[in-house]
Design a protein. Structure first.
Length: 133
């Protein structure tokens, strides 16, 4: 059984503001094998899946997703905006430093600061991190 371990929202940015105009979402599903499941937000214009060969290929396959979604050839600079959420335990987490390679993209990266989940194995709530108020 697989679970989503990372979400990447792809879209345009405003030249004078932060944020993103979401158009496409790429979900990293992991379990027995990883795959990027990609779809348009609010329509069925884009819908495909890419299966990385190994965890080492997950970031490179995301770059291929970005190029495919944006219609940008491999020899052209990749220009888009992305907002990336990486959950604890994601194979993408160990490769988060590679987002610095996307020098011509707007990149916002979110990681877990606080989580509270119920563990059926332990039959208790597991809390990690803290909420700063």
């Amino acid at each position: 059984m697989g679970i989503a371990t990372a979400l990447v929202v792809i879209g345009g940015s405003h030249q004078n503001d932060t944020g993103i105009g979401p158009q496409v979402i790429a979900e990293l599903w992991e379990g027995d094998r990883a795959n990027w499941s990609v779809r348009s937000i609010g329509s069925k214009d884009i819908e495909f899946r890419i299966d990385p060969n190994s965890p080492d290929d997950i970031f490179d396959e995301l770059v291929n997703v970005l190029r495919k979604v944006c219609g940008i050839a491999p020899n052209e600079p990749l220009e888009t905006s992305i907002a990336v959420t990486i959950f604890d335990g994601s194979s993408l987490g160990g490769r988060a430093h590679r987002f610095a390679e996307l020098a011509t993209c707007d990149v916002t990266l979110f990681t877990t600061a606080y989580s509270r989940t119920f563990s059926a194995w332990k039959e208790e709530w597991v809390v990690e991190g803290s909420l700063k108020i």
